[in-house]
Design a protein. Structure first.
Length: 718
């Protein structure tokens, strides 16, 4: 049978209706001239496509049962536009950094049909156009070169089934070297490109011709297993577990995994301690934390006589009209008479009051005091509650993005008399090592936290390990103060933490509610109604700044991803929008930074609002606590919508009102410390939506996921 000849269409991409960045499937609106109907729908797989581009597509017309007639493209080719109108649309689409719609019109009005030839061969002539200075010319030159280069790279990467989103990340990292990098060492992508895992790199390697038994592949798989384990909080993995995971991941014989481990040990790329296998940085950090704390504990402090301390506490109680509990008094005394103190306690147990008492004592003695916390939000909260300046740990240690190191380090340490660190449960192994390295053994440290909350997002369980080592002075505040006893939030947080079902009466005066809903597919609409109408009308809450939706997971009907899409459309529709594949950002959106960026001085978990989207300069302007941060369009993987976020990402924050879906759909995540953490994020109101069964599962599940760490053992053994 003769092959059916494909039809050809040529036109300008007017709009990208849909684009799946994982497999490149796209739905385009194409303005064509071959047919009376000027705009048609084209579907197909387009690894790199932009609004304003002129393309040729080959395929056939189909009648979709839902969407009607569409042109299903089997092949396509990009061609430069040949009309004035086409060139204006092409250049004004934002495809070239430095050229927006207004500038595009100016350039085309000046050079007419020769415009693209001028940009290609005589780009310096752009300075002849009104409003284009030499600096802008250089920006356009760079943008044009990048546009040409990325086309070649995208075509190559697409031929190896690399998605558009990953291809853009690869090009952003390696530029024109991208093709060589992928050809020579595809496994390098795992460590250099966020979001590319072993599976993707392995597919590329096999496509290029890598032998599945190649020792380079085996070693890459082992390193990947260790890196992935840090995302689960592990500091090391037992060798047996690496072998087991390696067989599953690589589908090779156990002997090859063992050979890979031996070679990596010989190359010092991993470290073996007993049967524990570490990445070198984590091994050194864990040992270093134990040794630094030991040196501090061995350095004696000048103590205060009990009589003098009692007189001080009596003065503070009179001056501040408070009455310290015996445990609070003990904490104040131990903060001065010990080099290191850990103070823990749940909500309403007076941690803040005690910290103020400690600060007052050291201030009374004329000593220097520094306050810090792991995140900007936690530092701001500490500052507000104590009335003293507080910094993030990164700012305290003066991170220098030029050399990727801290200015405050073992060779240039802080010499303050007292350093108070809040939200200690959030500090991972790497950060605690850097923190202790920057503090003199002559300083005193007070680590404040709630050890019953979720552990750090990063590797380790540092606060819990320090407590379990029984080598550091510990004060655990457990008395709930009278002024907080009436708070349903506080009392229920403690009930949950003690393994008891929360008290839910749903009275008008309550601050803790359960909206019962068995059908989890209906919960998103309930959340939307609460955010848009019910809570703003009843309590006067601002839907964006005062209300935070927290959820156990990212995926599913009640996951953060779906809820963000729904709430964005409900709370921030019809604003200037930027589309990147399936992601949409609008002016006014609530967004969260999801990884530390020291260059921009913005950190994982910081929440801001989009103030402007500049298509010409390809930048998004985000405001964080009165600070403005600019993101290039290629950096947009660093931020996500934050109308809804996971409970893990909420650590260190407080919100006036919290809404949390809790259903058996989240079964795998229903743990006591997760529910406890979510409840303690709410200052005035918390609403759970779901079933009593799901709450009960979480309350009864006190099995904390085991993290492989050895810090407690190392500290106890020193």
């Amino acid at each position: 049978m003769a092959e059916i000849e494909k039809e050809k269409l040529t036109g300008v991409v007017e709009r990208i209706t849909y684009q799946n960045t994982e497999n490149n499937y796209s739905v385009l609106k194409l303005e064509i001239k071959q047919r009376r109907k000027k705009v048609v729908t084209v579907t197909g797989y387009f690894p790199s496509i932009n609004v304003g581009e002129t393309i040729e597509v080959w395929g056939e017309w189909i009648n979709h049962p839902q969407y009607g007639y569409q042109f299903n493209a089997a092949e396509h080719n990009t061609v430069y536009p040949v009309t004035i109108e086409g060139i204006v649309k092409f250049l004004g689409s934002g495809i070239i950094k430095g050229i927006g719609p207004v500038t595009a019109k100016r350039i085309v009005n000046h050079f007419k049909l020769k415009t693209l030839d001028v940009i290609e061969n005589e780009i310096d002539k752009l300075a002849d156009v009104d409003g284009i200075a030499n600096k802008r010319v250089e920006m356009i030159r760079s943008g044009w070169e990048e546009h040409r280069a990325i086309k070649d790279v995208m075509i190559f990467l697409s031929s190896h089934n690399i998605s558009t989103s990953h291809a853009i990340k690869i090009f952003s990292k390696f530029g024109k070297k991208s093709i060589n990098i992928v050809k020579n060492d595809p496994y390098q992508l795992i460590y250099e490109i966020h979001g590319i895992g072993f599976g993707t790199a392995d597919k590329i390697a096999k496509d290029i011709g890598y032998d599945e038994n190649a020792i380079s592949r085996i070693k890459a798989g082992i390193i990947y297993i260790l890196f992935e384990s840090t995302n689960e909080g592990h500091v090391y993995l037992p060798e047996e577990e690496i072998i087991e995971k390696g067989e599953q991941l690589l589908s090779v014989d156990e002997s090859l995994i063992k050979e890979g481990i031996e070679q990596l040990l010989a190359e010092n790329k991993i470290i073996k301690d007993s049967e524990r296998i570490y990445l070198p940085g984590l091994y050194r950090a864990e040992i270093s934390i134990a040794e630094k704390l030991k040196r501090m504990l061995q350095n004696p402090v000048k103590r205060i006589e009990p009589k003098e301390l009692k007189e001080y506490i009596d003065r503070v109680e009179i001056f501040q009209s408070i009455k310290f509990t015996e445990m609070q008094k003990e904490a104040i005394i131990k903060s001065f008479n010990n080099r290191v103190l850990v103070m823990t306690g749940g909500p309403g147990t007076g941690k803040t009051t005690t910290v103020k008492g400690i600060i007052g004592l050291f201030h009374d003695k004329g000593l220097r005091i520094t306050l810090a916390a792991p995140t900007g939000r936690a530092a701001k909260k500490l500052e507000e509650t104590t009335g003293r300046k507080a910094k993030t740990i990164h700012r305290l240690l003066e991170f220098n993005p030029r050399n990727n190191q801290f200015t405050i380090n073992p060779n240039n340490q802080l010499s303050d008399d007292l350093i108070i660190i809040d939200e200690g449960s959030m500090i991972d192994t790497y950060l605690m090592n850097d923190l202790l390295g920057g503090i003199s053994v002559k300083s005193r440290i007070v680590i404040v936290g709630d050890s019953d909350q979720l552990p750090s997002v990063g590797p380790g369980n540092v606060l819990r390990d320090i407590i379990d080592s029984q080598t550091v002075e510990l004060v655990k505040l457990d008395q709930i103060f009278r002024q907080t006893e009436k708070s349903d939030i506080v009392s229920n947080a403690h009930r949950v933490n003690n393994g008891e079902f929360p008290n839910i009466s749903n009275r008008n005066e309550d601050t803790f509610f359960l909206i019962k809903e068995d059908d989890y597919s209906k919960i998103p609409e309930i959340i939307k109604d609460l955010c848009i109408k019910r809570l703003p009308n009843r309590y006067g809450y601002n839907p964006i700044s005062d209300i935070q939706v927290l959820t156990p997971m990212y995926k599913g009907d009640t996951g953060a991803n779906n809820l963000n899409t729904i709430l964005q459309d409900a709370l921030n529709a019809k604003k200037k929008e930027l589309r990147r594949g399936e992601k949409r950002f609008r002016v006014g959106d609530k967004v969260m930074q999801i990884r530390n960026n020291y260059d921009k001085d913005v950190f994982n978990g910081d929440i801001g609002r989009i103030k402007a989207i500049d298509s010409e300069y390809q930048q998004i302007d985000v405001e964080y606590d009165l600070r403005r941060v600019l993101y290039d369009f290629k950096e947009l993987d660093d931020i996500v919508l934050a109308y809804a976020t996971t409970v893990h990402k909420s650590q260190g924050s407080e919100y006036k009102a919290v809404i949390m879906p809790i259903t058996t759909q989240h079964f795998i995540m229903l743990q006591r410390n997760l529910l406890y953490t979510a409840i303690t994020r709410a200052k005035e109101l918390i609403i759970l939506i779901g079933t009593a069964k799901a709450i009960n599962i979480a309350v009864k599940n006190n099995k904390i996921s085991k993290r492989y760490t050895c810090l407690a053992e190392r500290m106890a053994g020193l």
